[in-house]
Ligand binder design. Structure first.
Ligand code: PEP
Ligand code: MN
Length: 324
């Protein structure tokens, strides 16, 4: 794919996108934005159309929030991003001068919805970030990106926000890092972001997840930030204050960027993933369904083993640093 740069990056630092899960009131949006801008963040996020699991919960303020985003642009100088899920969202966001759009996890799973969005983006040059689908299906993620690309969208990024799982987990949405890494291997100049807020689901997981993403050379982070997180109207447990965001940005390092071990694991994971995918697709052409299922289960366990090894190596690396 012949992608154009997102043009959101400053120097060689990760691209930080921060802001509340939802725009709630004009005051909340403006206060949060002013505090975020003070820490040097250049791109503000806020959801105004919210895909909630059940009806009856807060489903976003809708188009009224677009005027608040305009004020953010004017009063803080930040660019603004919002989620779109339908053709009319796209039309309204474009008309209001929103700078960046993103497609949510529950939209990426639906090829009809993505196609509709792609069609309505024809002829525009706006950057679009595509969150992973809720299920760990890399083809569906690639398909969504291809639909945008075929419609002429050239500034595309991918966001890893974790995957739904039946298994009990410390995460709200399980991170399967090998999937975004494989995505970037297949689409080499595709910027990848991590959304530690929706992966972790809890404030205290945001810092370690963010660092892990940077260790794996992700290009940026999407971090839910709210002036009063505890009282947020959606995703209250996973939002941090602008002050905590500022501290987090200061603490994040790219120290492992060129680290031999991380690169090694990185390559291993990519290779393993490619081999396994090929093995499974060859096998499933001939094997009965339940056997290819077993094969997939082995792949899942292998991936977990690789990640445990990766975690272990990182810790022993740190130990070595302290010993020396
Ligand atoms: C969001 O970013 O607030 C959101 C709804 O995310 P996701 O699509 O990842 O669930
Ligand atoms: Mn959210």
């Amino acid at each position: 794919m012949d992608l154009k740069p997102l043009a959101l990056r400053e120097k060689d630092t990760p691209i930080i996108i921060a802001g509340p899960c939802s725009a709630e009131t004009e005051e909340q949006v403006l206060q949060t934005a002013l505090e975020i801008a003070a820490s040097g963040v250049k791109l503000f996020r806020a959801g105004i159309w919210k895909p909630r699991t059940k009806p009856g919960s807060f489903e976003g303020v809708g188009a009224a929030g677009l005027a608040w985003l305009k004020r953010v642009q004017k009063e803080t100088g930040m660019a603004v991003a919002t989620e779109v899920a339908t053709q009319s969202h796209v039309a309204e966001a474009l008309a209001a001068g929103v700078d960046v759009l993103w497609i949510g996890a529950r939209t990426t799973v639906n090829p009809f919805a993505v196609q509709e969005i792609a069609d309505s983006l024809q002829g525009t040059d706006i950057p679009v970030l595509v969150k992973n689908p809720v299920n760990p299906d890399i083809e569906l993620w690639i398909g969504a990106i291809q639909r945008l690309y075929r419609a002429g969208v050239r500034r595309i990024g991918a966001v890893h926000r974790g995957f739904c799982s039946h298994e009990k987990s410390a995460y709200r949405n399980v991170p399967l890092w090998q999937i975004p890494l494989e995505l970037r291997r297949q689409i080499s100049n595709l910027p990848i972001f991590c959304d530690p807020s929706h992966i972790g689901g809890r404030r205290n997981l945001i810092a370690p997840l963010s660092q892990q993403a940077l260790d794996l050379n992700f290009d940026g982070l999407l971090i839910e930030t709210h002036c009063q997180p505890e009282t947020a109207w959606s995703d209250a447990d996973q939002q941090i204050t602008p002050e905590a965001l500022c501290q987090l940005i200061r603490q994040l390092t790219n120290k492992n960027k060129n680290d031999e071990i991380v690169r090694h694991i990185h390559t291993l994971l990519s290779e393993q993933n490619t081999c396994e995918t090929e093995r499974i697709s060859q096998f499933s052409q001939h094997a009965p369904h339940h056997l290819s299922d077993l094969c997939r289960q082995i792949q899942c366990i292998d991936e977990k083993l690789m990640w445990l090894l990766y975690e272990r190596m990182k810790i022993s690396c740190e130990l070595t640093i302290h010993k020396n």
